[in-house]
Design a protein around this ligand. Structure first.
Ligand SMILES: [Zn+2]
Length: 690
């Protein structure tokens, strides 16, 4: 939970507001009072909604927010001052001042110390134990010198069931501790515990901080199975989150502006020994999303150096697919002659592939001829070339079905290319390689793009980035509709309410509604704009074009979200930090927590980048409508029965203004979805004829 959420959970906005001298009276589920921010004496215009812990002035301010924005506004404080004050009031220790859980930290420290001692223990055995002769021979056969053996702290484990167990229990560690870090294995039935690593060449695996968290252990027996045995999953050793040698390589990756991914630990070590230090290895078969994000922090250019076998090629295809889905995309926003937004999504990372010659791996290749390595890397080809080659390999000329499958695999990659000339090049190349008519390929590509788009219906397109937006097609109730009918008959008029004025609707009782507005649309909006800095100006452009206000702090309820919108605006003008992690590092921790929380749910975006601003702009209108409808359902209570409006009364005036505003938004929304549909269709037919 974020610090701000924790504070909100512990404080009651009703108390806080009253402590600032605002008198509140219960009104149904909610509380009403005179607004402390403007001259408000006739009808209480200031509402507090305990369920959502938000407030709103329905009068002249037309403003609202959470406990933070109330206190900020009341005191003229900034967010930081308010955060510190409310944290103290709520008894919440802010993250930056919070000590880690002491007990957990002590356990982790002990585990790290144990693994460090284990890597030293194995290392000393490799250097000195008479039984390690075969391991030392293996090291020299592999051409690893003393510097490398020391830098990687390579080791040897006795071919024994209890050598490590005896050694470390003798040093005061319990068997449970040895089990917890993966040095011991427990027999499932007999529950006996024995050394996990026996008669193996030991390669310590370090995390990003350089701490040993586990081992990769290679058998020294030519018939030994498995060839490599890794530490089991433990609290410290999580294969999906680790990249071999990234701690030592990252400085070099930054310098070289390139990271080279190889398949084996030995490939990395041999490369290191020969001065190629931006080389790392993935920890299993296919790359994970976390690994990709980890690497992306250090470089945007990836070279995958792969063994030439077919299984490797398949794993690579999977990795590449994942890479496309995972890595940052950037939006190019342009405006065409008619002022319509043109967008292209493009993978921010540059992924290249190099295949090693038959029978080679990086280790062998570098040992035979170190100069061949940079030459080979220089030949790394763009990923599309590689994929075309892989999918075309082994296809029979007459295999129509196979060709279609192959094309389906390559087309998304080609669709991802922003540059039309380059895209053209690959259509031609794919056509030639598969022996398919290029026009047919283009058609298939457009179809793929179209299929990924949301379905449009005669009732208007739906924003595609959230599953099911609330219905908005029912317009606002017409002013003058009498008598007043509550728009949500399922909400019982259960409050006693304050008599706002002599004329009450609905039999003298006021039912203030529960605020039902869901923050989902805003959260998705912020997340997408953080990820795609081009999106906000494009959305604002669309809104302005349809005579709607640009997105502003007033569109958000949570104070963090208001601040995050500012950050997004800054990001569109200054090409600052590249990744969300780097952004979070630069933020106040309470804001960073909110940003991370926004990214916790998986993105629903998929491959629909080109429609992003359209759908975001529509979602802005949707949530504005949703909010106004909620506010109006409360304001309606103040309308006089009989349809005679006193336009001098500020609440009545607010209501009338809001009804007009709702009409304008609905109008803009219709126009916007019609334009979006037309643009999508024109885009398709335009490309076909090219
Ligand atoms: Zn006010």
């Amino acid at each position: 939970m974020t610090d701000t959420q924790e504070i909100k959970n512990r404080l009651d906005l009703v108390d806080v507001v009253q402590d600032y001298g605002v008198q509140l009276r219960k009104s149904g589920r909610n509380y009403a009072g005179f607004c402390p921010f403007h001259a408000n004496t006739r009808t209480p215009a200031f509402y507090v909604f305990p369920e959502s812990q938000t407030w709103r002035c329905f009068g002249a301010c037309a403003e609202g927010g959470d406990v933070f924005s109330f206190v900020m506004k009341k005191n003229g404080w900034d967010f930081r001052e308010t955060l510190v004050d409310l944290a103290r009031r709520a008894g919440v220790t802010l993250e930056e001042t919070r000590p880690k859980d002491a007990a957990r930290e002590a356990i982790e420290d002990r585990q790290v110390a144990l693994l460090d001692a284990a890597s030293n223990y194995y290392h000393q055995l490799l250097l000195h134990a008479p039984q390690a002769e075969a391991a030392r021979r293996y090291v020299s056969d592999r051409g690893l010198n003393d510097d490398t053996v020391n830098a990687f702290r390579l080791g040897f484990a006795f071919d024994s069931w209890d050598a490590a167990k005896t050694h470390f229990t003798g040093q005061g560690y319990s068997e449970e501790e040895l089990l917890a870090v993966g040095l011991l294995t427990e027999h499932e039935e007999r529950h006996t515990r024995y050394d996990r690593f026996r008669g193996r060449f030991m390669i310590p695996i370090r995390d990003l901080d350089g701490r040993v968290v586990g081992f990769g252990a290679r058998t020294l027996d030519p018939d030994g199975i498995p060839k490599y045995l890794n530490s089991p999953q433990t609290a410290l050793f999580d294969k999906g989150h680790l990249i071999f040698n990234l701690d030592m390589a990252r400085r070099h990756i930054r310098d070289a502006r390139e990271v080279v991914l190889v398949e084996g630990y030995l490939d990395v070590m041999t490369a290191w020994q020969h001065g190629f230090r931006n080389v790392v290895a993935q920890m299993g078969t296919a790359l994970t999303e976390t690994q990709l994000r980890l690497l992306q922090k250090h470089s945007k250019r990836f070279v995958l150096a792969l063994d030439p076998d077919a299984a490797g090629a398949k794993a690579t295809l999977r990795s590449l697919q994942l890479a496309r889905e995972t890595l940052d995309r950037e939006l190019d926003v342009r405006f065409d002659a008619r002022g319509l937004v043109q967008l292209e999504g493009r993978l921010r990372a540059d992924i290249r592939v190099v295949t090693l010659p038959e029978g080679q791996d990086p280790d062998k290749l570098i040992r035979n001829d170190p100069a061949a390595w940079p030459r080979l890397l220089a030949e790394a080809r763009p990923v599309v070339d590689y994929v075309i080659e892989v999918v075309a390999a082994g296809l029979e000329p007459g295999d129509a079905k196979g060709k279609s499958v192959a094309a389906t695999q390559v087309l998304p990659l080609i669709n991802d290319i922003a540059d039309p000339v380059e895209r053209d090049h690959y259509f031609t190349k794919l056509g030639k390689t598969l022996g398919i008519d290029v026009a047919a390929l283009r058609q298939a590509a457009e179809k793929q793009k179209k299929d990924r788009r949301p379905r449009t219906t005669s009732g208007g397109s739906r924003p595609p980035y959230h599953e099911q937006p609330p219905p908005i097609q029912d317009g606002p109730p017409q002013v003058g509709d009498q008598p007043f009918v509550p728009p949500e008959p399922d909400v019982p008029p259960d409050g006693t309410g304050i008599p706002a004025r002599g004329t009450l609707n609905s039999g003298g009782k006021i039912a203030t509604r529960r605020l039902r507005h869901s923050p989902r649309l805003e959260e998705n909006f912020l997340r997408q704009c953080l990820e795609h800095p081009g999106a906000l100006p494009a959305v604002n452009y669309l809104l302005t074009r349809h005579k709607q206000q640009e997105v502003s702090a007033a569109d958000f309820v949570r104070v963090e979200d208001k601040i995050i919108l500012d950050i997004i605006s800054d990001r569109t003008t200054t090409p600052s930090v590249a990744t969300i992690d780097e952004l979070c590092d630069s933020l106040d921790s309470a804001i960073a927590q909110r940003v991370r929380a926004l990214f916790e749910k998986p993105s629903t975006l998929g491959n629909k980048l080109d429609r992003l601003p359209d759908s975001l702009a529509l979602s802005v209108l949707d949530w504005r409508l949703e909010k106004i409808r909620e506010q109006n359902s409360i304001l309606k209570q103040f309308l006089p029965a009989g349809g005679r409006f006193d336009s001098k009364d500020e609440l009545t005036q607010s209501y009338l203004d809001q009804v007009q505003e709702m009409k304008r938004i609905n109008h803009a929304r219709d126009a916007m979805s019609a334009t979006g549909r037309r643009r999508a269709e024109e885009g398709l037919s335009g490309r076909k004829t090219r």
